[in-house]
Design a protein around this ligand. Sequence first.
Ligand SMILES: NC(=O)c1ccc[n+]([C@@H]2O[C@H](COP(=O)([O-])OP(=O)(O)OC[C@H]3O[C@@H](n4cnc5c(N)ncnc54)[C@H](OP(=O)(O)O)[C@@H]3O)[C@@H](O)[C@H]2O)c1
Length: 323
Amino acid sequence: MPQAIRLYETGGPEVLKLEDVDVGEPGPGQARVRHSYIAVNFIDVYHRTGYYPLALPSGLGSDAVGVVEAVGPGVTDVRAGDRVGYLMGPQGAYSDVRVMPANVLIPLPDGVSDRTASTLIMKGMTAQYLFRQVYPLKGGETILYHAAAGGVGLIACQWARALGVTMIGTVSSDEKAEIARANGCTHTIVTSRENIAERVRELTDGKGVPVVFDSVGKDTLQASLDSLQVRGTLVSNGSSSGPVSFDALTLALKGSIWVTRPAMAHYATPRSHMLSMATELFDLVLAGKISSEPKQTYALRDAADAHRALESRQTTGATVLVP
Ligand SMILES: NC(=O)c1ccc[n+]([C@@H]2O[C@H](COP(=O)([O-])OP(=O)(O)OC[C@H]3O[C@@H](n4cnc5c(N)ncnc54)[C@H](OP(=O)(O)O)[C@@H]3O)[C@@H](O)[C@H]2O)c1
């Protein structure tokens, strides 16, 4: 019997319940996908806690890879037997097998294994849209990137290196600093003992950086604003430490700062564009410029433990579940 993680209430990791589920046949426009790996992302924590609203009861997760077992009427984007991954569509990736819209499925190239792809789809596509669309980097810039040893972070380190960008990355420990540097982060700031903005000024001859990518939110907002050049850009792309809020006047006082809070859904559409983003990502992987494997692996039934590790900052790189 297929199994899936279901939520009946929001809260701590204990609300994740593994259940037997009926999956059935795909209807019009749908495909049935059997997962090989399921990616755990911080957004899953936001959904589980209720920070991002979910209609309950609900499945969880929006990022997995596997094989198409069957397609419903009218589906032309994929066929049975195709290896695919996805990062959009309804919640429910935390499962062995599911029926879902076929038009969000991304075919995986032969040279990229399921295991590697499971660390790339959401996380690599995030690096793609942050660096190539939200604030297009040309090479030669110095940027500040928070949580550089995280899931998105380790891909971002490698992407920055491939673009010729000098990345200053924040991390909470020396061990994470070493991992970030090994992945291409040029300078690391260990937040448990260093002042972020002071170090950024030292590393940039007092100038500050033109852009900060801040997925940590509440705890790093002030340091991010203090690290920017006049008319610099704050890309606030997550809130793993809590939500961000500020008076607009602060932006004037800090140097006429631009702020954007981007969401994947507004950058990875239409489908043709999502596929071209994926092609750019996979080309870098196939060229050996980005390499990625899961750093933490849990059984699907242990999804709550995976959440505990992610939320308590014990993880580096990507965390995956195996059905
Ligand atoms: N906007 C979008 O479209 C989009 C898409 C994907 C991801 N994101 C965001 O990007 C971020 C990275 O996602 P991810 O899945 O790869 O997670 P992640 O970076 O692997 O995990 C979170 C990391 O954030 C750091 N962190 C700092 N303060 C924290 C706190 N109070 N609690 C927990 N972690 C804290 C920790 O690194 P240190 O210990 O080194 O500080 C931790 O390891 C998340 O904020 C996520 O929401 C946004």
